[in-house]
Design a protein around this ligand. Structure first.
Ligand SMILES: Nc1nc2c(c(=O)[nH]1)N[C@H]1C(S)=C(S)[C@@H](COP(=O)(O)O)O[C@H]1N2
Ligand SMILES: [Mo]
Length: 366
């Protein structure tokens, strides 16, 4: 298969509709091309109807444990020093369809992950402007979207989407973005302002930001406790519920696509990406025999934190027709490697075992 060119005028592949309303749309991962995902092809994950906000009247309220509460307009934020970073964002539910037994929730395949270049202001600059008071522990990020949910867990009536980040992370690399790949945010991606929390699963990247609240106690909102937390074994104790944070090390195969076909006795370019929440990707291996043997792949991108690394491998396909299962396995700079099974304590989230991609080897055309 020839590699598509990086022509920016090329057609951006359409999203797969997992749920029409609210919009839950999946990237066709097999169409992977450049390192950045074109904005029209970037997945969309929303829990509530998309709020259509007016850039003129919208304000970001900054309050809680701060010396001077702020109410910032988009114009005021745009006047602050801007910061641009590229980051891979994966929904914590990405790959859920590979779980057996089936877990409740949107049945994401490979495409609830994407990489974009985000531009905005550093959260630390906004916090500095407000003046953080002593004893601050976390910053709660609240969106303008709201609604009620009954699964998983029941919300106490109508709530807003909100999530917190510890103060250290807030003051390190969190960005409040107003642009994605050089374009203003679209309503689906959080217009006019959203958080980008490098290295963390997508649930932390609050869209339609309306409020920042500095607290001195751990935030215990719905999306921090009932949803987007998992059972962790720690300190030799019975498992505890921990809010999800950093992405787990993971590689995905883009081509061949699941249930696709390849030609017997040919050379097929296997291509994919790999990412990790902390550190960078140092190794990606591929198995074309269901996990018995593994071969090292070649990287197409340099190792950088917070952004995926594309990789490739020339696969000499079998001479005989039949079904073959491919797997990819990544290792990061902290020595973490994908484990072969799914930890039950994660429920339908943080799926990072090597996903089986089954393809059909078809006879060579005569
Ligand atoms: N306000 C708000 N922010 C949100 C969400 C949401 O439903 N409401 N979904 C979160 C989740 S679970 C993910 S994976 C990312 C997805 O961002 P995207 O739709 O731009 O891809 O947004 C996060 N931010
Ligand atoms: Mo998500």
């Amino acid at each position: 298969m020839s590699r598509p060119t990086a022509d920016s005028s090329r057609h951006a592949p359409a999203l797969i509709v997992r749920q029409a309303s609210p919009p839950n749309l999946e990237t066709p991962f097999y169409a992977l091309d450049g390192r950045l995902t074109p904005q029209p092809s970037h997945y969309v994950r929303s829990h509530f109807p998309v709020p259509l906000l007016d850039a003129q009247t919208w304000r970001l309220e900054v309050g809680g444990g701060v010396a001077s509460p702020l109410s910032l307009s988009l114009e005021e934020l745009r006047a602050m020093p801007s910061h641009t970073l590229s980051a891979t964002m994966e929904c914590a539910g990405n790959g859920r369809v590979y779980l057996s037994p089936r877990m409740p929730g949107v049945q994401w395949d490979l495409g609830a992950v994407g990489t974009a270049e985000w531009t905005g202001v550093r959260l630390r600059d906004v916090l500095e402007r407000a003046g953080i008071q002593d004893g601050a522990l976390e910053v709660v990020l609240e969106g303008a979207d709201r609604g009620t949910l009954t699964d998983p867990g029941r919300t106490p009536g109508e709530i807003r989407y909100a999530r917190s980040v510890p103060l250290a992370k807030a003051q390190d690399d969190v960005v409040l973005a107003y642009a994605m790949n050089g374009q203003p945010l679209t309503p689906d991606h959080g217009f006019p302002l959203r958080a980008v929390v490098p290295g963390w699963y997508g649930m932390a990247a609050v869209k339609w930001l309306s409020k920042l609240h500095v607290t001195d106690t751990p935030y215990q909102g719905f999306f921090q406790t009932t949803d987007y937390s998992y059972w962790q074994h720690r300190d030799g104790l019975s498992p505890q519920m921990i809010p999800m944070t950093a992405m787990q090390v993971k590689a995905q195969i883009a081509r061949p696509a699941p249930h696709g076909s390849v030609t017997a006795g040919s050379v097929f370019e296997v291509i994919g990406t790999a990412w990790t929440g902390e550190g960078d990707i140092t190794r990606v291996e591929v198995s074309t025999d269901g996990g018995e043997t593994w071969a090292d792949t070649e990287f197409l991108d340099p190792a950088e934190p917070h952004i995926w690394r594309r990789w490739r491998l020339d696969w000499h396909t079998p001479q005989q027709p039949g079904c073959v299962t491919l797997l990819a396995r990544a290792t990061d700079s902290a020595g973490r490697t994908q484990e072969s099974g799914h930890d039950a304590g994660r429920g339908g989230y943080m799926v990072n075992f090597p996903l089986p991609i089954t393809v059909y080897v078809k006879a060579e055309p005569s």
